[in-house]
Write a protein that binds this ligand. Sequence first.
Ligand SMILES: [Zn+2]
Length: 141
Amino acid sequence: MSINTVLNDLKYLCPVLRLKVIYMQEQIKLLSLPMAVFETGRTRERQEYIMKQRFTRTLQSKHLFSIADNILSLAVDFVYYDDKGWSWDYEKHKHEYETLGMIGKKEGLVWGGNWDTFKDYPHLQLTQADIDIYNKYFKEG
Ligand SMILES: [Zn+2]
């Protein structure tokens, strides 16, 4: 697996988040919103790589997963997608990113667009309360 490989399979998401993402995808489809899952899980190597590229500010990402260590991603990135491809341009697609945030919040997720210090509009993650529930009741081993 290359550090350039972007993984978007929902199997890398912890089951609690996976269910919420499936509900989100249904709402996105109903609204014909041009948003799609761009990235689910990240290997530690890839996280280190994108930190060097300054696409992230942390090595403690909620996207980290490791099948060997039984760790699944607690975060997902949805990105604007149309026939021209992917677009991270929030100003250009403000309505779509704001709607994405609204749908995510309706599913009880934390939206990176609400963060004060570093706005991460494509990013959604489980609340700490849901992470605690996942760790207590869902995580095996
Ligand atoms: Zn993210």
